[in-house]
Design a protein around this ligand. Structure first.
Ligand SMILES: [Zn+2]
Length: 374
């Protein structure tokens, strides 16, 4: 393990998407004198790349260039109508707001989004055909809110879901998706809700629905339908929980599901927006928490699928602390048992106990929903 390198896939074209100045995800009003960049900015992934390339792990990072996805690859998960709509929006002279206004499509968005999907497919190819530990697709825009028929929540194409379909096409019979982005992975859930060959698990802040194009609430009783009953699991967590709760979710709830499912591949929808400084969430996971999560994912893949683990970047909106947390995750994914960076966080108000208290209720809701669906 000492010499193991982490293969990190990257594409400069992912930077071409630009949401412009904003107040979080809205257009800035005149009375805000210094609007920030849109939270889903290139800066956040550039900082992750920078911390990996120049920080203490620099000799363990194998940085590789990805590629663009083809239309045919996008269409393995998305409808022709969605692809056509995104092409039309990107061709518009002015930025187009979709998803009720929160998601911007500008003239670079399509290139960025096909680069994110294609680079993730290259990363998957490395996982499947070039054994050697986990692989990290460090891309943007993120993907897990993108449903087959529409973009949503800063996501245009669902990079993880397209990788799932590619893995299935390459003969991997069962694929498990562990989504620890702080928001519900609604697009992935919708796409695989009736499937028993894809186990989707979303661990998220209990934020509920956020609009008519996002009807899924991410609740524990959304357990799949038809053949897919039991193969979609949601872990909606109370606000404010931190490292101990996230670790317990992975060990107590997720690990038994993975053991039962016996996947040939684990894909982590790896957002770091459960971090303590995130403007889009109210959880308090730290760099050390992400290290533990990365280590658990590594160990699950080692135990159940010959180490086949693909980490795909999702959210994470603190422009600097996201990079520390991604660095922590990478240390865990490399099997490290300590963080090598000093955490810049000043204090850590871990309220995990009220999250731990609901884990049994979530498990009971799963069982009840599955029993009544059968
Ligand atoms: Zn998110």
């Amino acid at each position: 393990m000492a010499d193991e390198k982490l293969r990190v896939y990257w594409h400069d074209d992912c930077m071409l998407h630009d949401g412009g100045p904003s107040v979080l995800e809205n257009e800035p009003p005149d009375y805000i004198l210094f609007p920030e960049p849109h939270v889903e900015s290139a800066m956040r992934v550039r900082n992750i790349k920078g911390i990996l390339e120049t920080g203490p792990l620099k000799n363990l990072i194998d940085l590789r260039n990805g590629r663009h996805a083809t239309d045919e690859e996008i269409l393995t998960f998305h409808t022709q109508g969605h692809l056509d709509a995104m092409k039309a929006a990107a061709a518009n002279p002015d930025p187009v707001r979709i998803d009720g206004g929160g998601t911007v499509v500008n003239d670079g968005t399509l290139e960025a989004s096909t680069a994110a999907a294609g680079t993730t497919l290259d990363a998957l190819n490395a996982v499947l055909n070039e054994p050697g530990g986990p692989v990290y697709s460090l891309v943007r825009p993120p993907g897990h809110h993108a449903q087959p028929t529409m973009g949503d929540g800063n996501c245009i194409f669902n990079n993880v879901a397209i990788a799932v379909e590619a893995a299935r096409a390459q003969g991997i019979e069962r694929v498990a998706v562990i989504d620890w982005d702080v928001h519900h992975g609604n697009g992935t859930q919708t796409g695989f809700f009736e499937r028993d060959d894809v186990l989707t698990i979303s661990i998220h802040m209990n934020h509920g629905s956020w609009g008519p194009n996002h009807p899924e609430a991410g609740l524990a009783d959304e357990i799949g339908s038809g053949a897919g009953v039991g193969f979609n699991r949601n872990v909606p967590l109370p606000f404010g929980v931190g490292n101990s709760c996230y670790e317990a979710v992975l060990t107590d709830l997720v690990t038994p599901l993975i053991a039962d499912f016996k996947p040939g591949l684990i894909i982590v929808a790896a957002g770091e927006d459960a971090n303590a400084f995130d403007p889009n969430a109210r959880m308090v996971v730290t760099m050390e928490g992400f290290r533990r999560m990365g280590l658990i994912a590594r160990n699950l893949a080692a135990q159940h699928c010959d180490g086949r683990l693909l980490l795909v970047q999702e959210g994470g909106y603190s422009p600097t602390y996201t990079a520390y947390c991604a660095h922590g995750m990478v240390e865990g994914a490399l099997g490290r048992t300590e963080c090598s960076l000093v955490d810049p966080i000043g204090y850590y108000p871990d309220r995990s106990e009220h999250g731990l208290a609901v884990l049994g209720d979530i498990r009971a809701e799963w069982d009840q929903a599955i029993a009544s669906a059968s």
